[in-house]
Design a protein around this ligand. Structure first.
Ligand code: AMP
Ligand code: GLY
Length: 422
């Protein structure tokens, strides 16, 4: 089989490595991929937002199956376009990808179908938003309606910060069109859990839960990033909570999307907060999380392509999806200064025995030399019987990777370990 994977980060590298375990897979194209992914797939310089380019390539190469991983092409309707040309895909169609593409849509969906989430108001007029903030309870959260590279939510601890957030989005265009409309929502507290799930619109199969580390620095300080590390499973996510989430959140969401005529097929990501009032949805993503995928897929025992095809064909209930019993930890190595300003273009050396555990996010090959390219450079994942062994092993590998301005948080998994010992 010839498979096309749209995207070019650590998440896509993890998906590609897992797909390669299936002997039916003869060839994988990554569009655009990156210099590190080039070890595992043929990388073609067609951007993930270039839908015409992607569809043209897929048709020309007669690919048998496509996995559309990032939010942008999903929200732009890449799956619809590939399907029109007879190419089966993993990923939701445009009318379902809106669950991530518009926060106003997802909040209204949750309100209409009684799915627990923070109370909120939506504004398209800046003066109305500022008026609302005069009496709103603080802290409060201001979110751009559309896609914003995961950075469109601003948690505001003071009224001034909230006013500034609204002005930056609605007047100064901080997130472009994505911020023309904002959602202002109640501040919630509690541990966060990421639950990715496979769904064909009828059956929901949650994957192993995980914990992201979004802040740049140790102790969850510093600016928000795309994620500095992950662990799985998430110790806060007990079996009782999992049951409650299935009943009150996962199935109601999939059913709500069906009722709206927007059947969701693909990976539906639930960003949850375990509040004192019970689990609530912080956000939905219409795709695999990054870097959650880099700890979740290494724990998947069942063949990934088999599960994906079952999702596409609407027969997920026929597949038994099994997980390893152990734990996984992923440490991200970034360019120092990320997510603000940083330098790239340094030679990147990954020892051969570490490569199988490495998911490259930002690298280019220049005359056969692998160089860093971007903020997050790579993630290294270790799987072990216990969480503390997985964390130690992943740091041991991350420490052997070399590039000049390498920066890692040193406390990935520490909070999870503390929670385990409660
Ligand atoms: P989002 O882009 O919606 O996933 O939000 C990014 C991060 O902001 C989340 O992972 C939370 O840490 C935080 N956040 C978002 N919404 C809320 C909320 N209503 N209350 C507290 N924290 C929030
Ligand atoms: N790690 C969060 C996300 O993928 O949006």
């Amino acid at each position: 089989m010839k498979i096309l994977v749209v995207g070019g980060g650590g998440r896509e590298h993890a998906i590609i490595k897992k797909l390669k375990e299936n002997s039916k897979v003869e060839k994988i194209y990554a569009l655009p991929g990156n210099g590190g992914i080039a070890d595992d797939a043929e990388c073609v310089p067609i951007g993930a937002k270039d839908i015409d380019g992607i569809v043209g390539f897929a048709v020309e190469k007669k690919v048998d199956y496509a996995v559309v991983a990032p939010d942008d092409p999903l929200v732009l309707g890449c799956v619809d376009r590939l399907e029109e040309r007879g190419i089966p895909c993993f990923g939701p169609r445009k009318n379902a990808a809106i669950i991530e593409g518009s926060k106003a849509f997802s909040k209204d969906l949750m309100k209409k179908y009684g799915i627990p989430t923070a109370a909120y108001e939506t504004f398209s007029d800046m003066d109305a938003a500022l008026e609302y903030l005069k009496t709103a309870k603080i802290p409060i959260v201001v979110k751009a309606d559309g896609l914003a590279l995961g950075k469109g939510a601003i948690v505001c601890m003071t009224r001034d910060e909230a006013n500034e957030a609204v002005v930056s989005m609605m007047r100064d265009g901080k997130f472009g069109k994505s911020g023309e409309r904002v959602v202002i929502e109640e501040f919630m507290t509690g541990p966060e859990v990421s639950v990715l799930s496979f769904t064909d619109g009828k059956t929901v199969v949650p994957m192993v839960s995980s914990m992201d580390h979004k802040r740049a620095h140790d102790g969850d300080t510093g600016p928000n990033t795309g994620g500095m590390g992950t662990v799985a499973p998430n110790p806060y996510y007990t079996e009782d909570i999992a049951r409650e989430c299935m009943e009150k959140i996962f199935l109601p969401t999939v059913n709500a999307m069906n009722a709206e005529g927007r059947t969701f097929r693909g990976c539906l990501y639930f960003g949850l907060m375990l509040t004192p009032e019970g689990p609530r949805v912080v956000e939905y993503n219409c795709r695999f999380g990054d870097p959650e995928t880099q700890v979740v897929l290494p724990l998947l025992k069942t063949d990934l392509l088999t599960v994906m095809e079952a999702v596409t064909e609407g027969r997920l209930s026929e597949v038994e999806v099994e997980w390893e019993r152990g734990c996984a930890a992923c440490v991200i190595a970034a360019s120092d200064g990320y997510p603000q300003s940083y330098k790239s273009g340094y030679e990147l050396k990954i020892p051969d025995d570490v490569k199988p555990h490495t998911y490259v996010a930002g690298a280019v090959l220049e005359d056969g030399v692998l160089k860093t390219h971007g903020g997050r450079v790579l993630g290294v994942t270790a799987v072990a019987d216990t969480l503390s062994e997985a964390i130690d092993a992943s740091y041991a590998m991350a420490d052997r990777i070399e590039f000049e301005n390498k920066y890692c948080r040193r406390d990935i998994g520490r909070r999870a370990l503390a929670a385990k010992n409660l």
